[in-house]
Structures are given as structure tokens and as C-alpha cells.
Design a protein around this ligand. Sequence first.
Ligand code: CUA
Length: 329
Amino acid sequence: MNAMLTSLAAAGQPLRAQSGHDFWMPPQASTVAPHIDGLFNIILAISAFFFVLIVVLMIVFIMKYRAERPGDEALSQVEHNTPLEITWTVIPLILVCFIFWWGFKGYLDLVTSPGNASSIQVTAQKWSWLFSYPNGYSDAELHVPVDTPIKLVMSSQDVIHSFFCPAFRVKMDVLPGRYTSAWFTATTPGEYQVFCAEFCGKDHSNMLSKVVVHTAADYQQWLDKAANWMVALPPAEAGAILYKKYGCKQCHTVDGSANTGPTFKALFGTKQPLKDGGTVLVDENYVRESILEPNAHVAAGFEPVMPTFKGRIKDEEIGAVIEYLRSLK
Ligand code: CUA
């Protein structure tokens, strides 16, 4: 139990840099966090107050009105008390209305992003996250500037996922075939854990990422540098990074072991049998086709489950992935 509590508490910790957090909550690293924690605490306090009150009264009444000898008759039976019934109807009604008002106000704030929020596109797929920035750069981690409203525009390539950042108190389902959105303003630079909070298959629990909150100047520097990261690298090395970034590694190993998709080890340049019969030469064209139209020629022994990367991966990135496959002898 203690180990479980410790790991639950660890789940909400920032990966680096501590900011204020209390006994059982993750740190509050966004502007909405105090509001949500306040509501949580008030509901907890109300529940605890009435739980203690009712249990104490029950014990007092059991002691006070117990039968003193076996077979004792009750002295009186109260069947109705109008003032009492009005009291215990009106008080909970007021409490529930208050909680609804507080919760609904917070809900409206959470679903309405400020007009000046900058958008970042989020693409979820089994089992990775991809964040695309306004300058065209994509990354498996979410980088944001501090004190700036950020709107996440999210969609899924396959099944339902859910973007969850406990430190921001932000959780939103990510659906195939439509966009959902969530927004936040990060208040403290640092790194925070991101989870997938919707069971989405075998590697759901590994569908992790992180949010890196930069100061405004650092963010601009990071973005400028990130946009040109491929220029400085040999294509095969860039391909190895893309292999992780686009989530290829969730299904394709490079050590020869079996997974959801064929291993990449010593694959390039070989002839492979296809699911529908015939064979294919794994060359530049086949790799490119498999990335853009994965189900056109599925390898024998595998299911057509890979999502397309059309519109997400750039031509020079496909070239780098091809060079990476070529290097895996
Ligand atoms: Cu994606 Cu769980």
C-alpha cells in the first residue's frame, strides 16, 4: 500500500525542478490548478465533515438509546418531523448548488481557450505522441514557454487516447476523425510527466511523454534550433532519431525480435513475402510506400494496423529513415 502511494505520488512529480505541492497533490504548474485543487479540497472537506458527523451521531445514538435489558420495548417511535426533513433537504441542496456553480465555472474556463493562445497540434497514435509547432517542426515532447496560453489541437490516428498532464490538471480525450482541444498556461519552468489516460491497447502504459516548460527566451532559442536539427546530422543518424520520434520503435524492433511489425534489422535490400502472396524487394520505394500507404503491401505474418504518416512526415525525413534502415545490417 505504501509503495503504491509512493508511486502514485511520484507520478505527479515534475521530472526536474520542484514547485509548490502539498501532501497528496502533484505540483500546481498551471493557472487552472489552484481552482481545481480548491474545488477538490472543498468537496473532500464537506464529505469528511458529514462522514464524521454522521458516524459520531450514530455511535452516540446507539449508546444512548440502546435496549438496557433483552426484550425492552422502544419508549417512543418518531415517524415524522417536518422541520428536520426540510433542514436536511435544504442544506444539501445549497451545498450541491454551490459545488455545481464552482465546478461549472471552472469547466467553462477549461474548455474556452483565451483568444491569444498559440496552437500546437497533437497527434496521438498507438503508442506515441507527436507535437507539431507553428514553424512546421514536430517533436515527441511538448515544449512550451512559461506564462503563455497554449492551445492543444488534438486528433488520433487510430483509437481513442487521452492527453493527461497531472501537474497542469489537464486531461482531454483524443479521438480519431475529429479534433478535440485543451489549453493551459504553464506557471513554472521545469519538466512534467504526460500520460495517456485512456486504455488504448498493449502498450498503453508506455504511451508517455513530457512537457518541458521554458522561459520565453529559452523557448524561442529551442524552437529555432529544433527546426534545423537535421541539417547538422548524417541522414542515418537523423533517421535513428526519427525512428523514435514518430513512434516507429513501438512496433518495429532493430534487434531482430518480433513485435507488432517486422523488425528493421537487416531488412533493407532483402526480398520479403507479402500477406496477399508474392514478394517485394525492400528498397527505397517500398519503404516510402510503407510510410505513406502502409496497407498497400503488408508483409506476410502481420496485420494491416499501421497508420499512415502522410501529411506528418516530410520528404527529407523519409529519406533519413531510408538511410537509417540501410544502416541496420
Ligand atoms: Cu494511448 Cu492509452
